[in-house]
Ligand binder design. Sequence first.
Ligand code: SAM
Length: 248
Amino acid sequence: MRRRYTVADLSVLTRDEASRFVPRGDGDPQNDVVLAWELLYRLEPELYDRLASVERLHPGVIGWLPREVDRIAEVGAGTGRLTMELVERGRQVVAVEPALPLRRILRRKLTAAGHGDRVRVVRGFFDRLPLPDDFADLVVACSAFTPSPGHGGETGLAEMERVCRPGGCVAIIWPNHLAWLTARGYRHVSFPGPMSVDFGSHEEAVELAEIFYPRAAGEVRRRGWRKVPFEVLGLNPPRDLAYKVLVQ
Ligand SMILES: C[S@@+](CC[C@H](N)C(=O)[O-])C[C@H]1O[C@@H](n2cnc3c(N)ncnc32)[C@H](O)[C@@H]1O
C-alpha cells in the first residue's frame, strides 16, 4: 500500500478532505499509510470493497447491536460492511461517508438489496456531522474512528455524542485504540473464537495479501490458503467494540 500511490495522487482529495487528511499540506502516501488508504477509497474504491467484503465482523458484534430502534447514524460507513447489518434495526438509518466513490458503491448495494429508500447516504466528517443534536438512538462507527483529529479525535467523539439522544448509545466497532476510548468512559466488549478472512479463492487471497498484507503473502501462497487467520495477516481481528450509554 505504501508504494501504490504518490504525492501526485493527492489531487484527488477535495479541499475539505485535504484539510483533514493533509492538514499541513506536506503529506506523502509513501510515508503515511493512513493517507494511502484515503487515496485507495477514492482511486480504487472497488478494490477496497473487495477487501472489506471478505474481512467480516465477528457475528457477536452484529448480535450485540440494539434492534428495533428508531434512528441510527453511522459515521464513516464506507461501502456498507456494517450499514447492511443496520438496515433492519432502525426505522431510519443515516450513513455518513466523506468519500464520494464509496458513497456510490454503498448506494448501489442498498438499491440492489431493496433498501434504497430506508437509508440516507450523506457526505460528512466526524468533526462536523450533518445531523441535529439528539438525532439518533444509536450512533456507530466501524473501523473508521481513531483518536487522530483527521479521523475523529476529541472533536469527532464529541460530535458522535452530540447527535446521540440522552439514553442512547455511541459505539465504536473494531477500535484501533481501546485505551483512548476507555479513558473517556467507554466500556469494552470482546467476542472470543478464531477468526479468519474468507477470501473468494486462493488466487484472490494471494492477490489481496500481496497488496494489503505483503508480509503474509508468501505464507498464504505456500499453504494454498483461501481462509487466512487475521493474526497471520498481522491484523487485529474485528471482535471488539467500545460503547457508552449517554446519561438521560
Ligand atoms: C476502513 S474504512 C471502514 C468503512 C466501513 N465502516 C466498514 O467497516 O467497512 C474507513 C472509513 O472511514 C471513512 N473516514 C475517514 N476519515 C473520516 C472522517 N474524518 N470522517 C468520517 N469518515 C471518515 C473513510 O472514508 C472510510 O469509509
